[in-house]
Design a protein around this ligand. Sequence first.
Ligand code: ARG
Length: 562
Amino acid sequence: MDFKKLLADIVILQYVEPSEVEALMTRPKDASMGDWCLPCFKFASRFGKSPAELAKDIVSRIGAYNFLEKAEAVGPYVNFTLDKKTVAADVLERVLGEGEEFGSSEEGAGKTICIDYSSVNIAKPFHMGHMLNTSIGAALYRIYRALGYRVVGINHLGDWGTQFGKLIVAYKKWGDRAEIEKRGVRGLLDIYVKFHTEAEKCPELDDEARAWFKKIEDGDAEALELFGWFKEITLKEVGRVYDRLGVTFDSYAGESFYNDKMKPVLDELERDGLLEESDGAKLVRFKNDKYPPCLLVRSDGATLYATRDLAAAIYRKNTYDFYKCLYVVAYQQDLHFKQLFEVLRMKGKPWADDLVHVAHGMVSLEDGALSTRSGHVVFLEDVLNTAAAKALEIIDKKSPDLPDKAATAEAVGVGAIIFGMLYNSRIKDVTFSYDKALNFDGETGPYVQYTYARCASLVAKCEREGDAEDLDGIADEDSRALINAIAAYPEAVRMAAEKYEPSIVARSVMDVAQAFNKFYLTHNIAGAQPAVKNARLSLVEATMTAIRNGLALLGIKTPEKM
Ligand code: ARG
């Protein structure tokens, strides 16, 4: 039942639609104030009253209803307290009935969302910085899926640029195929660095590199074989991380995919008089110099990152007919996307307004030894390994007899990192600390997972007795707070999609876990009267459903034992 809507319907205000009332309804800051709260500021002036007077007025006209315990005017607010047993019965029935579907809906049916995320660069390390990006993108992917959208996950590979010419030269001079096969991207990185030191002494190397890049462009067999091999090495390594994170893509069409798709776009821009020549280069200028010009062709004829993104946006619209196309990319590229979207608008593409830069912050590691600032690259795979190893140490101490410790440690270690990435709003920079992320008592993934495992063991230990459920056993404040936290979860999923903000789901799941632990502290389950025990067990199961569904959307597993 939608109690918020129900309450809006019983508020009698002349000339005000219930939907308007509903839109203003919020949860009170403090649970002891009730379940829902209507601020009266907005309507007061319409009735020539002060908000406090209007609040009193509204209360005086509310009738008696079974589902409503009381409505009170408190200053400029009307606070509603619902009948606890009615709410409890309703929420439990819904959550337990919907199970895995709790929090899902069909609201996105028939709409397609493209999400460009993770978008790794070939022959470059997949590092800690990509973790925030990948976690946000993958969470949005699952969130939109849960809401019924068709979702297309796109890994817009960084697989074009003159660096591949350099890499070929480096490989041919100093590379060893077997060693690179063994060491992967690290091996490629070493020879790439060597290229740069050598090229300082011997600038002809740069000419060789240019010549090899030209060969890639011209489709030379040897050049393409090596280029393909660099890609394969990188994707194999990245793929191992994706598997551990449970991340998938529907398309790996990267920058090179657009090589033959840029010319028609540039021709069109030229025809529309939008492309301007400047010192042999081609660019688009913006009205009133709103942004700096967007360079699309360099004077040597080379295209740019922006040129490929322009072709990619058009290709995606034509191929997927998206309702929205999201670009999960760090805020540094803010200007790039503003320019890109504006060029498309100028080109007369109304759907340019459906392109969204889902900007996010930067990640650094608190641990100085691993800091990117000291020049070391922190490979994401190493971070996952370290987190899993640290989780194993903790589990070894906490539960030495746990079966399958390694798998649990993997779920907890990886979960800790993902949760650490997703707990704050995406635009914030993240300073990652293993100890903080793995603190079982902090606002962390392991804390939520541990709460879940605690619920699972309760359900496993306590047998239900009979069918009767006495809802008076869950009609107190702590139970109500837990029930409200669970009931709020589906709205959190919707809001997360609307704001491109997985942290809203992470926060909601944390609310549930914290409310459960408070409830658990003051409620005896195993030793309660059968009908009370049954009602409490149902609440435990509903807690598990909300946590399991929420963490699954974030990409975090829920082991039954920890
Ligand atoms: N590979 C790029 C980078 O590392 C990110 C690509 C994002 N996607 C896009 N369509 N531009 O900066």
